[in-house]
Design a protein around this ligand. Sequence first.
Ligand SMILES: Nc1ncnc2c1ncn2[C@@H]1O[C@H](COP(=O)(O)OP(=O)(O)O)[C@@H](O)[C@H]1O
Ligand SMILES: [Mg+2]
Length: 263
Amino acid sequence: MTEQIVKEQVAIEIKNLSKHYQKENSQMTVLDNINLTINKGEFITIVGHSGCGKSTLLKMIAGMVNIDAGSIEVNQQPIEQSNEHCAMIFQESRLFPWLTVSENVGIGLKHLNKQEKYEKINTYLNLVGLKDFENAYPKALSGGMAQRAAIARGLVMNTDILLFDEPFGALDAMTKIQMQNEVLRIRQEEKKTMILVTHDIEEAIYLGDRVVVLSSRPGKIRDIVPIHIDGKKERTHDQFISYKNKIHDYFFEPHRDEIEFYI
Ligand SMILES: Nc1ncnc2c1ncn2[C@@H]1O[C@H](COP(=O)(O)OP(=O)(O)O)[C@@H](O)[C@H]1O
Ligand SMILES: [Mg+2]
């Protein structure tokens, strides 16, 4: 009974997942034996160096890249059977320049009639604060506004899961902080399962309920760090800084075994 309830709370279950790519005459392992269970409504952030397989992992969850070994289940179903469970938001907004903001946001809503489509687009343009720009073209938007439109386009699809692939990597520092707050606000309203990959440790802690730390290629899980901060999650909070130091050490300090080896 207990197990049944727990299983129903699981949004994504990744078991013994590995991925290889062919590189010249040999195989390159990109992800090595990833095991991760993500609960419904959880915000998971994944942090790792460039090239460690973060995008590959997200694409595999989205069903865009084949699995070589292991499995991924979404709502207890192998992902092959349900490829419409995720919406993905990328580093670049990927808006079509010849379509208005509202046409871009509604691009995936072909199955709805005009009125339903209008209402949905309106709801999400309001949610991301772009209602006044519904008829604007992407060239009139700042980087942050274009990313808001991309988020609205992801939300409008009404999927259970939202995947973010370094969505704020190209934004300036101030806009980035603004967008992170925006995502947290949207999360309060939408209650979706969210996974965000980043190489920004502070962003990972600020957004994540748990931070998954990946090693350099081949990406392996080095640690999964649950983030618990007493009171408001502020970047200046002592506990926030402790998490930052802990995760920072995974990337920039010699591994403990190596330290022992050198002593
Ligand atoms: N379709 C592909 N074919 C061959 N190699 C790939 C492909 N996609 C990614 N790679 C390689 O896999 C590694 C991980 O890529 P990626 O998942 O994009 O890393 P990250 O997002 O962490 O920077 C890189 O070395 C990249 O060159
Ligand atoms: Mg990437």
